[in-house]
Design a binder for this molecule. Structure first.
Ligand SMILES: Nc1ncnc2c1ncn2[C@@H]1O[C@H](COP(=O)(O)OP(=O)(O)OP(=O)(O)O)[C@@H](O)[C@H]1O
Ligand SMILES: [Mg+2]
Length: 141
């Protein structure tokens, strides 16, 4: 499994699997509730919820599903909600291309990844061909 370096202590809030369309809806709601509990306003709740929906949909479409880790912790003096999406799918051949507006390898619009990046405060992506993809996003409260 791909991993990101951590320089902070975080509390694990939950760990979920995304196997079905139903999981996308339910885990998205769980994340909205955590954002609300942290005191995020409706606009930020919607931003993080939209962002994770795109990542879940990518895991579901391209990797047949994956895992989601939800954490909360202090990152660079910010109170952060951290969502890590991990899959063991085919990986992304060209990350720079995948991150550009309008690129899709399938039938999508190609705005999922670049749009997600614009909605959050931190966006990190790792991908290895034939191993999988991990995306970690953070939203400050
Ligand atoms: N988890 C993943 N595993 C493998 N490939 C991925 C994954 N996520 C994204 N990709 C690749 O990156 C491309 C760009 O992803 P992005 O979400 O930006 O657009 P899209 O899914 O094609 O369209 P949209 O999200 O707008 O419906 C995808 O077309 C796909 O080739
Ligand atoms: Mg997408």
């Amino acid at each position: 499994m791909l991993e990101f370096p951590y320089n902070t202590d975080c509390d694990l809030l939950g760990k979920f699997k995304i196997d079905t369309e139903y999981d996308i809806v339910t885990v998205r709601q769980v994340i909205r509730q955590y954002a609300k509990d942290m005191g995020m306003g409706i606009v930020d709740q919607t931003r993080i919820t939209t962002a994770v929906s795109e990542l879940f949909r990518n895991m579901y479409n391209y990797a047949g599903g994956g895992e989601v880790l939800i954490e909360r912790g202090e990152v660079e003096s910010h109170n952060a909600l951290i969502v890590t999406c991990m899959d063991q799918g085919p990986g992304i051949e060209n990350l720079e291309l995948a991150m550009s507006d309008g690129f899709t390898s399938g039938q999508g619009m190609g705005y999922g990844l670049p749009g997600t990046k614009r909605l959050v405060d931190r966006f990190e992506i790792q991908s290895v061909l034939n191993e999988g993809t991990t995306v970690r996003i953070m939203k400050w409260k």
